[in-house]
Design a protein around this ligand. Structure first.
Ligand code: C2E
Ligand code: MG
Ligand code: MG
Ligand code: MG
Length: 277
């Protein structure tokens, strides 16, 4: 039925287009179903201080398991969740779950860790979003500055005023804000300066460029920019020792990547924290 309705909206369509549309609708339907069946999971990837290599926090990352034991990448399903509006309920659950787990870590004796949570544009447009964030933090007895919301450059540039207002309100509550995948979008330099940001996450694409004995011009420029703007910096996707040393030499504060740990379920994170205490 949905297919028929869609068809009538388009005067011309190619068969591949129809296939694409059907695929998207099927995925969205399945995602909705699995979310309601509580099948989505949150995994956590540690973030470390580059000087001490101590764990300072973790990023919460969605996982959608399939029946054969593999996972559908969030890079595939998050855009579908955004497009369909499902990201509002999924995102609310991500906030709930990650704050609940951070509180659980506190109870287990792990204090002072930070939880980084990815936020999509439709969540910012939701008038109840800020209130939700505040309520969940209060309910879980979390210090607001232990929560860091990650937004991408495209979110910032999409609707600057909504985002600027929301960020100021979050900031006055104490929540931290990081700009994710930095360098891959098109940030206006004047916005970067105006926004109440705390951290800049250097995208993996730039970290990948770091090769032994060579200087990596872009990554150096990005870290310098972050420092000049008074922001903390964290490198994403650090897989090799030489990448960590190079980032440290540049003055980058923190890192996250397979060199230190892959994203893992909560139980494994707890074990990992105990082993690395
Ligand atoms: P992101 O926020 O930039 O997350 C970092 C991605 O890099 C994660 O992919 C992580 O697993 C991967 N990664 C970390 N270290 C390494 C490394 O050393 N090497 C390599 N090759 N990859 C590494 P993942 O988990 O597949 O997530 C993809 C994207 O999906 C995230 O990118 C984020 O934009 C989005 N996403 C995930 N969870 C959520 C969520 O709860 N809400 C929203 N709105 N988006 C989410
Ligand atoms: Mg992120
Ligand atoms: Mg990122
Ligand atoms: Mg990235």
């Amino acid at each position: 039925l949905a297919k028929k309705n869609l068809k009538s909206n388009y005067e011309y369509y190619a068969p591949e287009m129809e296939q694409q549309t059907t695929w998207r609708l099927d995925m969205i339907r399945q995602l909705n179903h699995d979310f309601e069946q509580r099948k989505l999971q949150l995994w956590y990837q540690p973030q470390v201080d580059l000087v001490t290599e101590q764990i300072v926090g973790m990023e919460a990352l969605l996982r959608w398991p399939t029946d054969d034991g593999s996972f559908i990448s969030p890079a595939v399903f998050v855009p579908l969740a955004e497009y369909s509006g499902l990201i509002l309920s999924i995102g609310a659950w991500v906030l709930e779950e990650s704050c609940r787990q951070l509180a659980a870590l506190n109870e287990q004796g792990f204090h002072g860790l930070r939880m980084a949570i990815n936020i999509s544009m439709p969540q910012f447009r939701d008038p109840k979003f800020i209130e939700n964030v505040k309520n969940i933090i209060a309910k879980n007895n979390i210090e607001p500055d232990r929560i860091e919301l990650e937004i991408t450059e495209s979110v910032v540039m999409d609707e600057p005023q909504i985002v600027v207002d929301a960020l100021h309100e979050l900031k006055s509550f104490g929540v931290k804000v990081a700009i994710d995948d930095f360098g891959t979008g098109f940030s206006s330099m004047s916005y970067l300066q105006k926004l109440p940001l705390d951290r800049l996450k250097v995208d993996r694409d730039f970290v990948k460029d770091i090769k032994p004995g060579e200087s990596a011009f872009l990554v150096e420029t990005i870290v310098t920019l972050g420092n000049k703007l008074g922001l903390s910096t964290i490198a994403e996707g650090v897989e090799k020792r030489e990448q960590a040393s190079y980032m440290l030499k540049l003055g980058c504060d923190e890192a996250q990547g397979y060199l230190f740990a892959k994203p893992m379920p909560f139980d494994q994170l707890l074990e990992y924290l105990r082993e690395n205490d």
